[in-house]
Every structure is written in structure tokens, then in C-alpha cells.
Design a binder for this molecule. Sequence first.
Ligand SMILES: [Mn+2]
Length: 423
Amino acid sequence: MYKFAHITDCHLGSWRNHKLRELNIQAFEKAIDACISEKVDFILITGDFFDVNVPQLAPVKRAVDVLKKALDAGILVYMIYGSHDFNIANISMIDILHSASLFIKPTQFVHNNGRINLKFFVDPKTGAKITGISGRVMGLDKEIYELLDRNELETEKGFKIFLMHTGIKEFMPLNMNVPDSIPFSELPKGFGYYGGGHIHKKIERKLSPFSIVIYPGPIFGSTFQDLEETANGEKRGFYIVKFNDKLVSYEFIELPTVEIISKELSVTNLTSSQIDDKLKQLVNQLDVKNKIVLLKLKGKVNAKIGTINFSRRNSEFINNGAIASFINSTSLSRIESKSITTSGSDIANIEKLVLVDKLKDFNSTRKVKKSICDRFDNSFLGKAGEIKAISLLTTLKLGRLENETNLNYDDRILAEAKTVIFS
Ligand SMILES: [Mn+2]
């Protein structure tokens, strides 16, 4: 009897918050350590190994160290790419790891009379026959599925594994919208194991006693939504699967994670200070020590959302021992948001008119010292405010540099925006 592990959607390097980034990498390290102590024969990774195609080097080094550890223990890693891993125009970090033979990419195919023939990679130790299709940005892998010569794959003998980084329409959870999923009919039949990535949820679908489709879901998660779902009971981990010439058994290995407090606050009809009072109350009430705090504000409010000091409340949660705190106000809307009608000669002119109009009802009504109010007014109202608003808008419109990661881009724009605001 043999066994393999199936890990997916590691998104290494994700999270700007360094504690969350660390927890994510640790989850991967724990998963590989478990594979080594369980003495699995090989490991499958089904894409989104990194969060961006050129990640920061610190997480890359950690990833390389861990992959090397598995190789040194005699465990081969088979990996397909996910939509996050690469960029069609450039060389990606994952390509460099592949060039260094840290993993095998079982996705070779040839075009043959308008059809696509996928090659099997035979695992030297177990004889398992592995093939797969990498995920493509914007679901461009769909074309490969459509042209696939399934018959050739289906007649191959042995224990066969198919790796994919795409959803399968029929098997997606009802509440999930995965627009670029493929129909199950596009997959070759008769494989012992279909290993999926891309879907950030754990899905098991038994097709017959000796055939199963499994999406392990991410090892930790890379978005707020992922963490929200973890808080609501979604388990995070990976699979260990046993087989001989057929599928024998499969087991989900949960990776322990930190506790997440996820709350939705309905703040309909409240004013800014009433919303802030609610938040202060939570700061005092909740035991957040070593937990992640996710607060989502919902409703139509009477408030100027911009005047609520969310970052202050976030830091208070952190001071009380939270690992990370996020107050999400993107679902809030104003009861009567005033619309502005204007006309101008070009975009820049219209933007300027809108900003000037908006600035008219902008003032420092907060309960702070007069000297601070005066400084604020001198800097943000009237002509000075107009210039600041326009240059801030210009800064926020700056594009990403070639090969700049999301993280570096965000940091640069934030730094430039701060310079505009505080100059
Ligand atoms: Mn993913």
C-alpha cells in the first residue's frame, strides 16, 4: 500500500499583516512536516502555491527550504500552477523553483490534429500515473479542457491521478459563484483520484468505490472571506490518500489554526459616534487574546463613515492581545448620499469640479483641540484642500511598475499618499 498527500492553495507570501503571513507559511511548514512523519510516498500541490507571481523573497526562501526538506526525505512533489502563480508575459518565481528541480510539473501536452494529448508522469516509487492541467488567468485553461483527447487518457491502465486548478460546475457548493468552472463531462473518466485547487473550500465527491474528487481548500486562507469562513466552521488542512492499484482510503488532516472572532454589526440608522461607541464597547467586552478579530459593519447609516477612527479601534484590539484586527466598513452605505451633477470639458476638469463641490460640506467638527482644528482647516479646506485632493487623486491613480508585487505597490502608493496628505 502507498500513500500520498494533497495540499493546495498555499498562497505563500499573502497577507500584508506580518503575523498572518507568518501563520500562513507556518501552516505550510506544518503540512510538509506531517507528510514527512507520515512517510507519504509523494506530495501533490494543485496550484496557487505563491500568492503572486513574483513574491517577496523571505517567503520564497521558507518555501524552498521546506520543499528541499521533503525532497531530502525522499518525497517527490508534483505541482501544477494556479492562476496566482504565474504571469504569461514574465518569468515567475515558480518557474525558478521548477528549474531547480524542487518539484515535477506533470502538465506536458502536445497538440495533435486539433486535439490535445496530455502525458502521464509515472511516479518512480509507486507507479501511480499522474497528469494535470495548470490553471490559467481568466479561465484560459478552459480551451485545453475542451480540446482534450479524453479517450487516450481513459484507456491507460493503472492507478491514475488527474490534477486541476479549476472548479467543476456540478460539484461546487450552492452558495458559491465560480464563473470559470468546467462541466464534469470535460474530465477524462475512470481516474482513481481527481485533485483540485482554486476552490477555497473543502469538497469531497465520491464518484464510485474507487474514484473520488477532492478539493482540500487552502491550508490557511489568503483573504478576509477565507478567514470568515474558517470562523464559521470551514476546516483548513490537507488530505492523505492511500492506494494500491486502486483507491483505498482518504483522510482530511486538519491544520490547527488560531481562533477567529467574526462578527457582523448591524449599524442601520446610527451616527458616526454611535457606531464608534459600539466598537468601543466591543473593545472592552471581547476577549481577543491570541485571536484574529474580523468585524463587518452592515447597514444604511446616518454617518460620515470617514470620520470614524477604525484604525484606532483596530490598534486597541491589538493592544488587548489580538493577533490581527480588521474592521470592514465596505458594506455600509449612507442614508442619503447626495449625488452631484456637474459638467466639464474633460475628465480632469470634471474630477476637479466634483472635488471642489464635495469640499464645501467638509469641515472639522470633531472634538479635538482648536489648534488642531485650525491646522486641519488650513491644510484641507478651501484652495489648499482643493490642491491636496487633486494631488491625492493623482497619486491614487498611479499604476503598478513592471514586476512590482501587490505588496510593494500598496506600500509605495501608501507612502506617496501620506506625503501628499501631510505635506
Ligand atoms: Mn487560490
